[in-house]
Design a protein around this ligand. Structure first.
Ligand SMILES: NC(=O)c1ccc[n+]([C@@H]2O[C@H](COP(=O)([O-])OP(=O)(O)OC[C@H]3O[C@@H](n4cnc5c(N)ncnc54)[C@H](OP(=O)(O)O)[C@@H]3O)[C@@H](O)[C@H]2O)c1
Length: 265
């Protein structure tokens, strides 16, 4: 089983690589920018190769495809679109530029990679595409509009793609994590009981692949926030605008530690 995981150099992606490497016959393809991290992780796993690439580069999808053809016989059973980041900013401060760069990584890069690899997933049916969105893809907070827009977009696109690819044997699973302590999302200001470890996200991804799930919140009970957003939008808006919401914003959107800030943010 050939499994490609983007954003595998840290956090949920790294934990997912470690978790899925235990699946029988798993061969992993690790994708991210930091080659040293990928090399070290690949060495620690039984069967893994890596592609060090910036997924926002024009030729990134072609490079991942070429790697799969050269090292894994052009086969792909599972693609985990996990790479992503957040740059905290109000719309008034960050403007379109912040929305553009967030969409470029969290949405466009997933769509572009999937476009190039979908024929391989179809050929390997039954196969799986996992898109890592966020609970922020159901409930938006102040200071996180660009991030939420990208994750809402990923959720909507996943539902449509799932319906289209069902007949082709490609299950499209959506993962919606809540608060998970990682490099990009340290969650230091939240009480511990609200924050999960990356391994919990990895287990949810493994479960979604094994049971061909449609979607999984992490932890599971976070679906309540999504339901509340539909049932009581005014209440949710009041919470998000109040002190509870402000605390969550600070805690969850520190910015991408691996990429320097750009003009306007
Ligand atoms: N942690 C949370 O609380 C939480 C909650 C909801 C959703 N999520 C989502 O979970 C996913 C994983 O995040 P994480 O929490 O594990 O954060 P993380 O530890 O910062 O991991 C992000 C991964 O994305 C990779 N990446 C970033 N920019 C990239 C680029 N331009 N090209 C290729 N790879 C890139 C990073 O690797 P390099 O820097 O080496 O490129 C890293 O491996 C993200 O999509 C995030 O939005 C996280």
């Amino acid at each position: 089983m050939i499994i490609c995981i983007t954003g595998a150099s840290s956090g949920i992606g790294e934990a997912t690589a470690q978790r899925l490497s235990r699946e029988p016959g798993a061969e992993l393809v690790l994708v991210a920018r930091r080659e040293d991290r990928l090399r070290e992780l690949a060495r620690s796993l039984p069967r893994a190769t890596y592609v060090a690439v910036d997924l926002t580069d024009d030729d990134a999808p072609a490079r991942v495809l070429a790697h799969l053809e050269e090292h894994h016989g052009g086969r792909l059973d599972v693609l985990v679109n996990n790479a992503g980041a957040a740059w905290r900013s109000t719309f008034a401060d960050g403007g379109y530029e912040n929305v553009r760069r967030t969409m470029e990584l969290n949405f466009d890069a997933q769509v572009r990679l999937t476009e190039v690899l979908l024929p391989l997933l179809r050929a390997a049916q039954p196969s799986t595409l996992v898109n890592v969105s966020s609970t922020s893809g159901r409930v938006a907070r102040a200071g996180a509009g660009a991030y939420s827009a990208s994750k809402f977009a990923l959720a909507g696109w996943s539902d449509s793609l799932a319906a289209e690819e069902r007949a082709n044997g490609v299950n499209v699973a959506l993962i919606l994590p809540g608060f998970i302590a990682t490099e990009g999302f340290p969650q230091k200001e939240l009480p511990g009981f609200l924050v999960s470890a990356p391994a919990v996200g990895a287990e949810a991804i493994a479960d979604a692949i094994r049971h061909r799930r449609a979607e999984r919140y992490v932890p599971r009970y976070y679906w309540l926030f999504a339901a509340l957003r539909i049932l009581a939008p005014r209440l949710v808006r009041r919470f998000v605008a109040g002190s509870g919401g402000q605390r969550l914003i600070t805690a969850t959107h520190p910015g991408d530690p691996h990429k320097p800030p750009q003009a306007g943010t």
